[in-house]
Design a protein around this ligand. Structure first.
Ligand SMILES: Nc1ncnc2c1ncn2[C@@H]1O[C@H](COP(=O)(O)OP(=O)(O)OP(=O)(O)O)[C@@H](O)[C@H]1O
Ligand SMILES: [Mg+2]
Length: 143
């Protein structure tokens, strides 16, 4: 049983990815299957970077038990106005600066959906809440 929390700071590119790296380290130390680690960490990285580049900041929680990993991401806005549009591959509101940092292909949310077993997203101007569930055993069907 693991329960961790990570602060995510807006526009801090130096710390961006820190939560995902720790999650990767933790899962590897527990000898989790490498495909499982890969899909948890790629989703986690995309969600973490989204908070860094698109929000005013937030935090993530990581819960692990014998059967599943649950990742939750909370930020303090400005929220996603149109979730189906934001989920569309290639749609991005990233700035020139984000692009020069290598972000903004508009693929993050669709990759998260593909990597996770359950993706729940709630958003309003006060903030976005993303909850991702990954089942350890059994087959993963790419959504
Ligand atoms: N936490 C968030 N807060 C506000 N808007 C968000 C958030 N996450 C995503 N979005 C919006 O959804 C769009 C699509 O997100 P997605 O992660 O798919 O692509 P991207 O971040 O623009 O580019 P990429 O992830 O490929 O680097 C973003 O451009 C942004 O407008
Ligand atoms: Mg993104």
């Amino acid at each position: 049983m693991v329960n961790k929390e990570y602060q995510i700071i807006a526009r801090n590119y130096e710390l961006a990815g820190r939560a995902s790296s720790d999650i990767k380290r933790t899962l590897r130390a527990l000898s989790a299957d490498s495909y499982f680690v890969k899909r948890v960490c790629s989703a986690s990285y995309e969600a973490e970077i989204n908070i860094v580049i698109h929000s005013v900041g937030g935090y993530a929680t990581f819960q692990l038990d014998d059967h599943q990993v649950i990742l939750e991401f909370f930020d303090d806005g400005p929220g996603i106005i149109d979730i189906p549009l934001a989920m569309t591959e290639g749609y991005s509101t990233a700035t020139e600066q984000d692009h020069s940092n290598g972000f903004g292909a508009g693929m993050g949310l669709s990759n998260i959906k593909r990597s996770s077993d359950i993706m729940e997203i709630d958003s309003n101007p006060e903030g976005t809440h993303l909850k991702l569930t990954f089942f350890m055993n059994g087959e993963h069907h790419e959504n």
